[in-house]
Design a protein around this ligand. Structure first.
Ligand code: GUN
Length: 306
């Protein structure tokens, strides 16, 4: 198989989904005389978070969604953050609220996620939305696993009965990904840092989802020949070229891309794989939230995926 056809083009899929979202955000404006709106709160100056938030705001504006960024200092109190969220919860012109994670250590992520109005929880992290997802009655699905599922459903003719193995058990990726794959009739295994002989599991995977946060940890020894590999990791490494002031380093995933390319049937690249899909799914959830908050039907453009 030619190398290019082995690469799952997340940027292309994100573009396709965003083109479907745009008429819905325009339609919302025509009906309600304002754009769907998203407010992103960022606490502190984690460089990776700043880049993710900047990209979310850029794409929102491009696709007819009003976006606002609230930047808070890293030493902001938990109470002050809660007050910001409560104000946004009450504001009927705010459809989606996203608090960028991770938060500084003195703030409880659990407490903050619990405060967000579940109808504005475009991340799908609130226990109400998380629980609904696991009961097969989802409203807002976490964006990264939703984006992974979107690509898998387009790349695999029949996903039913496939062995899916996930590396990583986070609430953002691993656990919701497991629920989505289970609902898609896969047999699902979650592995994590305490799993013994991880390769024994991963070598049986028809679908391997990697979300460990360790640069290039996964090489071909983890891969079953012919597997579909989804690399969720985004790690910034110092560039190997001579350092200069504008050198932003290079992005790599959790998978050794070149090494795994031969063994796998298909693989997502970093950048250009999962990242753009996460943002497209956030736009989907925001426009959905806007329609729901106006008690208006939302056309299910993810039919066939969910
Ligand atoms: N940090 C890394 N991924 C995410 C995400 O999908 N949502 C939020 N809120 N924070 C993140």
């Amino acid at each position: 198989m030619a190398i290019v056809s082995k690469i799952i083009d997340g940027k292309m899929y994100a573009g396709k989904l965003l083109e479907e979202i745009y008429p819905l955000s325009k339609g919302f404006f025509d009906n309600f005389n304002r754009k769907p709106s998203l407010t992103v709160i960022i606490v502190g100056d984690n460089p990776a978070s700043k880049i993710y938030v900047k990209n979310k705001i850029l794409i929102a504006n491009k696709y007819g969604i009003d976006s606002k960024e609230i930047i808070l200092a890293s030493d902001v109190s938990e109470d002050k953050l809660i007050k910001h969220i409560s104000t946004l919860n009450r504001d009927e012109n705010v459809d989606g609220i996203l608090v960028q994670l991770p938060l500084p250590k003195h703030i409880s992520e659990k407490k903050i996620i619990n405060i967000i109005n579940p109808s504005k929880d475009v991340d799908g992290f609130h226990p109400t939305n998380f629980g609904k997802l696991f009961m097969g009655d989802s409203k807002f699905i976490p964006c990264t696993p939703l984006g992974c599922l979107y690509m898998l459903k387009h790349e695999i003719e029949d996903i039913k009965g496939k062995n899916a193995v996930i590396i990583g058990r986070s609430n953002i990726v691993g656990k919701p990904m497991a629920s989505l794959l289970l609902s898609s009739d896969c047999s699902v295994t979650i592995t994590h840092s305490r799993t013994k002989n991880i390769q024994e599991h991963t070598r049986k995977a028809d679908i391997l989802i990697v979300a460990v946060g360790i640069p290039e940890m996964i090489d071909e020894t983890f891969i079953k020949p012919g597997a579909i590999v989804i690399d969720v990791g985004i790690n910034r490494l110092k560039s190997k070229t001579k350092h200069n002031a504008s050198d932003k380093g290079i992005l790599v995933g959790d998978v050794k891309f070149e090494n795994v390319l031969n063994t796998a049937k298909k693989i997502t690249p970093v950048p250009g794989g999962v990242g753009p899909m996460t943002i497209a799914c956030l736009m989907h959830n925001t426009v959905k939230a806007a329609y729901i908050n106006k008690k208006h039907d939302f056309i299910n453009i993810l039919e066939g995926i969910l």
